[in-house]
Design a protein around this ligand. Structure first.
Ligand code: 13P
Length: 286
């Protein structure tokens, strides 16, 4: 089926207490692994490309195949810009057929985040593109490069979230409740009370970035409290790396060795995605 907007997949997820995984794509193996798993799990899926990853994969190169592949699949697929940092990048995503854009103004002060997010919503609406924004600031590095610890001073304020959602008209809100990108330093400690207050005051689908490292039980609890989209990258990257490490010693230099290695990478990424779709409760929902 043709690509669908984020709003389209998050509404039923939010209403029926499951979450749709947003999986970052950095190459063709990841893309195939994620789409094939969504198909076999009969799960809606969000394919995300982060601005920080444009240096590994250019939207202009991957989007035509991605759009065609989604068109041939029987499950709803969203193409989401992850952590777009400016309006020109969001416009580039729209030109390339993205159906959702996350604008990340979390490093800006509140009035500036509000103003720029509103600008992004105005640009996306006519194109039928959904908008996700972030309030408070999720710690760590979007590319998952280091161990991070959440800073409670930067957690999302429930009252501010209510005003932010009302004034910007966004479709989904990324929250900072103890989640961080990349590897967690110690055990993640999510502030569920805060999450519940944000849900009660905003009543729109909430997004949990920094999915890798969070326990299955915490995912399930967060989903019951309004999380309808979960961003996940580092876990897939680690699965790919462990496939390479496991194979490294037996690797030769024969004609097929590299493509076979890539096939193993794809298999491990697919297994990781399948597990997450079961935990998120999206399996069987397409
Ligand atoms: P992880 O890499 O920690 O799973 O987070 C991914 C993410 O939030 C991308 O936006």
């Amino acid at each position: 089926m043709p690509l669908v907007s984020l709003k389209n997949v998050l509404k039923p997820a939010f209403e029926n207490a499951y979450a749709v995984g947003s999986f970052n794509v950095i190459n063709f193996e990841f893309l195939e692994a994620i789409l094939e798993t969504a198909e076999s799990k009969k799960s809606p899926v969000i394919i995300s490309i982060a601005e920080a990853h444009f240096r590994f994969i250019k939207p202009e190169n991957i989007c035509p195949s991605l759009t065609a592949m989604a068109g041939r699949s029987g499950v709803p697929v969203v193409l989401n810009l992850d952590h777009g940092m400016s309006l020109p990048v969001v416009s580039r995503a729209i030109r390339n057929g993205f159906t959702s854009a996350m604008f990340d103004g979390s490093k800006l002060d509140y009035p500036e985040n509000l103003r720029k997010t509103h600008e992004v919503v105005e640009a996306c609406r006519p194109a039928g593109v959904s908008v996700e924004a972030e309030l408070g600031s999720v710690g760590g590095n979007e590319t998952g490069g280091m161990e991070a610890e959440a800073n409670p001073d930067l957690f999302t304020d429930p009252e501010q979230a209510s005003a932010f959602v009302r004034e910007t008209g966004i479709d989904a809100l990324a929250v900072a409740i103890g989640n961080v990108h990349g590897n967690y330093k110690g055990e993640p400690k999510l502030d569920f009370k805060r999450l519940e207050r944000i849900r009660d005051r905003t009543r729109i689908p909430l997004v949990l970035h920094g999915g890798s490292g969070i326990s299955d039980a915490d995912f399930r609890k967060a989903i019951r409290l309004g999380i309808a989209k979960i961003n996940f990258f580092t876990g897939m990257s680690q699965a790919a790396l462990s496939a390479i490490r496991d194979r490294a010693d037996s690797l030769g230099a024969a004609y097929h060795d590299f493509p076979l290695l890539m096939q193993e990478v794809k298999k491990r990424v697919a297994e990781t995605v399948a597990h997450q779709m079961d935990v998120f409760g999206s399996a069987g929902k397409a």
